[in-house]
Design a protein around this ligand. Structure first.
Ligand SMILES: Cc1cc2nc3c(=O)[nH]c(=O)nc-3n(C[C@H](O)[C@H](O)[C@H](O)COP(=O)(O)O)c2cc1C
Length: 237
């Protein structure tokens, strides 16, 4: 293979240059789960004039946060960036990916490494609903503090990334079902982002999500055949 490569910024932006699709993302009449899952695509071109109001973004976040999380601790946190000035500040940090400014909002999915500190609040809610006896709740909360409180920073960060990945996916599907488009983005400088947006120290950055009205559908997805990614029961030695 020729020894040709690209800078990260070129790599991330090349896709728009080579993408010859013209049609807009599909508006779904049918939003049953399988249709939404099949039709979601990473969309990188947005109508910059189209604004999604905060109430609607909150509704998407409400749906997203129905996602499962480690011990239901919901370590996800979200920084919703919907002001142009702030999106412009983010643009160079995210390798000048134009969707950062053209999308209605960028949602920074963050993970709180100290999410376990809310265990009492979370499990008290469950107990108050009558879904857990008070003494079991106390045992749960104590165990969570014992366990998570002693986990390494690396382990807490890993948990936050798993929770964050799951909630991000649910957000993208909810957005598609509501007629909006997204692209998940890992192509940004995490350190610079955390600093520039005053993100609390205990939060780790999972990914950025653009949210907006797509103008171009982007490539249709292709995937490796299942036999290359699936084994049953055990791997042969
Ligand atoms: C963790 C992660 C990071 C990604 N980072 C970027 C990114 O920085 N910029 C971008 O344009 N797409 C990014 N993508 C989108 C992928 O390129 C895209 O999901 C993949 O090509 C499959 O296309 P599809 O989402 O349309 O199915 C990222 C996806 C994931 C899951």
């Amino acid at each position: 293979m020729a020894n040709q490569t690209m800078t990260k910024e070129e790599y991330l932006n090349k896709v728009k240059e080579i993408d010859t699709t013209k049609e807009a993302p599909k508006e779904l009449d049918n939003t049953d789960f399988l249709t939404v899952a099949k039709e979601r695509r990473s969309v990188r071109q947005y109508d910059p004039e189209f604004k999604i109001d905060r109430k609607e973004i909150e509704e998407l976040l409400e749906t997203a946060t129905l996602a499962p999380s480690s011990s239901n601790l919901q370590s996800w946190r979200f920084l919703v960036i919907d002001e142009l000035e702030e999106k412009e500040r983010l643009l160079p940090i995210a390798n000048n990916q134009q969707q950062i400014v053209d999308a209605s909002a960028v949602i920074a999915v963050l993970g709180d490494k100290k999410a376990y500190e809310k265990a009492d609040q979370i499990y008290s809610q469950i107990a108050e609903k009558g879904n857990m006896p008070e003494d079991v709740k106390t045992m749960y909360v104590n165990s969570i503090f014992d366990n998570y409180g002693n986990f390494s920073d690396e382990r807490l960060s890993k948990i936050a990334h798993i929770d964050g990945g799951i909630v991000a996916m649910q957000f993208m599907l909810a957005a598609k079902a509501k007629g909006y488009d997204t692209v998940p983005m890992g192509g940004y400088d995490e350190e610079k982002f955390l600093e520039a947006f005053n993100v609390p120290e205990q939060y780790t950055s999972v990914m950025l999500l653009s949210l907006g009205k797509g103008t171009k559908a982007g490539f249709q997805k292709t995937r490796l055949p299942l036999e290359e990614v699936v084994e049953w029961n055990r791997y042969e030695k």
